[in-house]
Design a protein around this ligand. Sequence first.
Ligand SMILES: NCc1[nH]cc(CCC(=O)O)c1CC(=O)O
Length: 332
Amino acid sequence: MSPTPITAPFPASRLRRLRRTPALRAMVTETTLTPANLIWPIFVTEIAGGEGEIPSMPGVERLTLDGAKRAAETAMRLGIPAICIFPHSDPELKTESCERAWDPDNIGNRAIRAIKEVAPELAVMTDIALDPYNANGHDGLVRDGVILNDETVEALGRMALVQAEAGADILGPSDMMDGRIGALRGLLEQNGHKDVAILSYAAKFASGFYGPFRDAVGASGRLVGDKKTYQVNPANREEAMRCVARDLAEGADMVMVKPGMPYLDICRMVRDQFAAPTFAYQVSGEYAMIEGAIRNGWLSREVVVESLLAFRRAGCDGILTYYAPQVAERLA
Ligand SMILES: NCc1[nH]cc(CCC(=O)O)c1CC(=O)O
């Protein structure tokens, strides 16, 4: 039930009274942002010399395994509860059958183990989709130009089990195939991974805001066509709600809306409708937009925290953001 605010007529009511000093403003702050609300996505490379800054994401670097360990330690120090690993894999080893996706020694799985070595308490989240290992850049297996749903779900299952085996706490299926949450949940139960959580990329839109990410993982030049046959049309709110309902019903523990800032209406709807742990992904293009403007002197760095508060206001428990370490440092 939403309350009915009662406001006396002016001048009995002067809303500026409670804005006058920092102390008064602090007393009536409605929404909070703490490091506990942040999930930090990192890129880990297996390519010699692949580390270093990503041109379309200034300030974000691809890391070596050692770099990933240092990031994990930084996250622990700053109170960031979770890190999410994205692999930058050797282009020579990408194939149409994507078998490296379920190789226990692929770079993603090596990163999980490396991080668990130095920061066992940090929650490690993964990405489940075939794109880092797929010769054609798609999240699913492709035959004659068609993304195969059921065959892909089977492949994702193999991928999920080796990630769970490697020590992942949270699996993040980002592929948008139908039926994958139920399939993964069943496999985890059957294989002794009952306590591995699933944070489903439930309402993932076919967005142009993923461009810099595809540069970061080396998928840009490869993608044949687009992802519109599996990601949701940006015009569709109700379909997004059906996706979230479906994933929760199939056993997702948490759900995500992606991208973030252009989809805050969806975040609010999901929170109100399902009252489930809800996350948003402030994606690479949002980062590039904000950071590009800051570096050009067109915006001040204050907008970073402001952009993240918006997600909290829209009902999100947390945000995946490349700004996680910077913001956590600032909030400390
Ligand atoms: N499985 C792909 C995946 N996982 C996370 C992102 C995007 C993240 C970002 O833009 O920051 C993407 C890109 C895509 O769907 O093409």
